[in-house]
Design a binder for this molecule. Structure first.
Ligand code: TMP
Length: 230
């Protein structure tokens, strides 16, 4: 039986993924399609407590990379079992603002923890709950920075130096190359309306296949984003 897709959004801070999550939710509202929005870390009472510990808790600057990795996985394993899996089983579309690719990229590629260990822990945390499609919004550090005009103090991750975010960007681009059937790399510096249209072009046929809605569109892939290294 066809089911509604489990969709994830990824990218570095300031890439515009939260805007696109909201815009996709708007499309589903208009079509009357049930969906669940999640964010990570967080999304459950336990996960939100872990989020606070990871981002703003006093003394968290002494957190080791290994502890950080395990906390992200702990938050995710709770979210999957308490919220995401039950939603998928009820036939609800799930839209996640970050999922296990964030750990692959931030803790694996950027923190340089053992990538096999990171993958094993990802699998342990999510079991068989794997996204059907993942949109990575690719932006350079300057664009990301210009969009991060937050009135609050930066959280622990946001205090990382520029080269950390270069590794994050590279990590996502490598991921898109490794998993082209699942991961769609989108130029996040484009106009938000254009990005919304690109994403909806790719997704609308997946929804019409399940709901029979006539607003289908051919599956279209956005033009590849040029590699910053070349
Ligand atoms: P954000 O969702 O508001 O961007 O904040 C989440 C922060 O946590 C962001 O800096 C990315 C980071 N993060 C990881 O380092 N690993 C993870 O597995 C997840 C989910 C997030």
């Amino acid at each position: 039986m066809r089911r509604l897709p489990f969709i994830t959004f990824e990218g570095s801070e300031g890439c515009g993924k939260s805007t696109q999550v909201q815009r996709l939710a708007g499309h589903l509202d208009r079509l009357g399609i049930a969906y669940l929005l999640t964010r990570e870390p967080g999304g459950t009472p336990i996960g939100e407590t872990i989020r606070e510990l990871l981002q703003f808790a006093p003394h968290n600057s002494s957190m080791t990379p290994e502890t950080e990795l395990l906390l992200f996985e702990a938050s995710r394993s709770q979210l999957v079992r308490e919220t995401i899996k039950p939603a998928i089983e009820r036939g609800t579309c799930v839209i996640a603002d970050r999922f296990f690719d964030s750990t692959t990229v931030y803790q694996g590629a950027a923190r340089n923890l053992d990538s096999e260990m990171v993958e094993r822990l990802n699998v342990f945390a999510v079991a068989d709950c794997v996204p059907d499609i993942t949109f990575v919004l690719d932006v350079d550090a300057a664009t990301a920075e210009s969009r991060m005009q937050k009135p609050r103090r930066p959280d622990r991750m946001e205090q990382e130096p520029a080269d950390f975010y270069e590794r994050v960007r590279r990590g996502y681009r490598d991921l898109a190359k490794r998993e082209p059937n699942r991961v769609v790399l989108i130029d996040g510096s484009a106009d938000p309306d254009e990005i919304e249209n690109q994403i909806w072009k790719i997704l609308s046929s997946r929804f019409s296949a399940v709901t029979g809605n006539p607003q289908s569109a051919k599956i279209a892939r956005p033009a590849p984003v040029p590699d910053p290294k070349t």
